[in-house]
Design a protein around this ligand. Structure first.
Ligand SMILES: Nc1ncnc2c1ncn2[C@@H]1O[C@H](COP(=O)(O)OP(=O)(O)O)[C@@H](O)[C@H]1O
Ligand SMILES: [Mg+2]
Length: 377
C-alpha cells in the first residue's frame, strides 16, 4: 500500500468542522475519534474546515483539545495556517500553506471525513477525494448524495421494497409559484405533518405541524435551510428505532453488519427528537441501548436497515433510523452516512452493546477504506 510511513504506521487525514449547521458537532466528533484512535497503527493528521469553507492544518493534539467550554461548542479556528491536499504522482500529500509557501508536505494513505451535513456527508468532499486518488472512509459519491437527500433516500428505499411515510417533495420556487396545489397535496396526507429541509440534519429546520397556518410558517422556516423540501405524514404510535450498519469486512465476510438496535424515547407527548433534545436538554429524550424489542421484531428491523444501506449503495458505515409500529411494521425514516460519532453517540454505543469498542470501530472503518480499490467499484 502506498504512503505507509517508515514507522509502519498508516497516515490518516481526519477532516472535521465544515460549512454545515453541524460544524460544532463535527468538532466534538473529531476530538472523540482522535482520543480513541489506535496510534500504534495509525498516524493522525488533521484538516479543520472553517465555517466559510477554508481549510486549516491541525495536529492530533489540537484536535483532541476541542471541547465545549462553558456551554460554547468548539469551532475550527480560521486564523490557523492553511491546509492543502495535492496529488503528487501516485500519492496524495497533505501540506501546510502559509501565504504562497508550502511546508510539511507529507503523503497520506486515507482520508476520514468526520463531517456531517451538506459539503461533508453529501458526496461533495467524497468527489474531491476521488479526484485526488485518495481512499476515504464511508460512503462514495452517489450513496452520500442519496443518503443526504430525504427525498432521494425514500425513492431508493421504496424501489428496494421498503416502506416510508407518505410524502410530497417540492422546491421553494415551486411552492411560491403555486401555493394552492401544494397545500392540497400536503393536506391529502393528513395532519400532523413533518416539514423538513430535504438535505438537513440534527433536526435543524424541521417542524411538526397540525394545521394550515403552522404548515405555511414551517415551509418558510425549512426553506431557510434548503430550497428543496420534504413534507411527510407523521407516523403516529411508532417507536423510534435506530440501527448501526457497517460494510462487510475485507477478510471475506461478504455480509453487511448490523448492530443491536437502539430506541429514542421521547418524554413529551407530540414531542419529537429536535435539536434541543439531541444536544441541549438531557431530560427530553432518553436513549435506550439496546432497544427492548421482541427477537423477531429486532430481526426484522435489522434486516430492513441492512436493506436500506444496500438500497442507497452505502459503504463503510451508516446509522439507519426507522419507526416500528406495534404490529411490527417498519417505516424507514432516514439513513445517515456519517452519523454522530462521539464516544457517547448512538452509532458507537450500539456497536459497543454488540461487542465492538469505539477504538476497534474506528480501526475497522479505516481498514475497510484501505481495502477498497481506487476508481469505479
Ligand atoms: N414522519 C415522521 N413521523 C414521526 N416523527 C418523525 C417523522 N419524521 C421525523 N420525525 C421526528 O423528527 C426527528 C427528526 O427528523 P429526521 O428526519 O430524523 O431529521 P434529521 O436528519 O434532522 O435527524 C426524528 O428523529 C423524529 O423524532
Ligand atoms: Mg434523524
Amino acid at each position: 500500500m502506498s504512503g505507509i510511513e517508515p514507522t509502519g504506521r498508516i497516515p490518516v487525514v481526519f477532516c472535521f468542522g465544515g460549512v454545515s449547521s453541524e460544524h460544532e458537532i463535527s468538532c466534538l466528533t473529531a476530538a472523540g475519534v482522535l482520543g480513541a484512535l489506535d496510534t500504534t497503527r495509525f498516524e493522525p493528521y488533521g484538516i479543520g474546515i472553517d465555517k466559510q469553507g477554508g481549510w486549516h492544518r491541525y495536529t492530533a493534539a489540537e484536535i483532541r483539545a476541542l471541547r465545549t467550554v462553558q456551554g460554547s461548542f468548539p469551532m475550527v479556528d480560521a486564523t490557523k495556517p492553511g491546509a492543502l491536499l495535492v496529488r503528487d504522482g501516485d500519492t496524495t500529500c497533505l501540506a501546510t500553506l502559509h501565504g504562497d509557501a508550502l511546508s510539511d508536505k507529507t503523503p497520506v494513505s486515507v482520508a476520514f471525513p468526520l463531517l456531517h451535513g451538506p459539503y461533508g456527508e453529501d458526496g461533495t468532499i467524497q468527489g474531491f477525494f476521488e479526484m485526488q486518488g485518495l481512499r476515504y472512509v464511508g460512503a462514495g459519491v452517489a450513496a452520500s448524495a442519496i443518503g443526504m437527500d430525504k427525498h432521494l433516500m425514500k425513492v431508493a428505499c421504496v424501489a428496494a421494497g421498503l416502506e416510508v411515510a407518505p410524502y410530497v417533495t417540492f422546491t421553494k420556487s415551486m411552492w411560491d409559484a403555486d401555493n394552492a396545489s401544494w397545500l392540497t397535496a400536503m393536506e391529502a396526507l393528513g395532519y400532523p405533518l413533518y416539514v423538513k429541509p430535504a438535505r438537513g440534519g440534527s433536526s435543524a429546520g424541521i417542524s411538526r405541524v397540525k394545521n394550515r397556518d403552522e404548515l405555511s410558517a414551517a415551509i418558510e422556516f425549512a426553506a431557510a435551510y434548503d430550497p428543496k423540501l420534504v413534507v411527510e405524514q407523521a407516523i403516529v404510535g411508532g417507536r423510534e428505532i435506530e440501527c448501526s450498519v457497517m460494510g462487510p469486512l475485507s477478510d471475506g465476510d461478504a455480509q453487511v453488519r448490523t448492530s443491536r438496535p437502539g430506541e429514542i424515547i421521547m418524554h413529551a407527548k407530540d414531542g419529537f427528537y429536535d435539536y434541543e433534545a439531541k444536544y441541549v436538554s438531557s431530560s427530553e429524550a432518553e436513549l435506550k441501548i439496546p432497544a427492548d424489542l421482541a427477537p423477531e421484531i429486532e430481526a426484522a428491523v435489522r434486516q430492513a436497515c441492512a436493506r436500506a444501506f444496500l438500497a442507497v449503495g452505502a459503504e463503510g458505515l451508516s446509522r439507519v433510523d426507522a419507526f416500528v409500529m406495534p404490529d411490527g411494521r417498519v417505516y424507514l425514516n432516514e439513513i445517515n452516512t456519517m452519523p454522530g460519532f462521539t464516544e457517547i453517540s448512538m452509532f458507537p454505543q450500539l456497536w459497543l452493546k454488540s461487542g465492538m469498542s469505539y477504538t476497534a470501530l474506528i480501526s475497522d472503518l479505516i481498514d475497510q477504506a484501505l481495502s477498497r480499490p481506487l476508481g469505479l467499484r
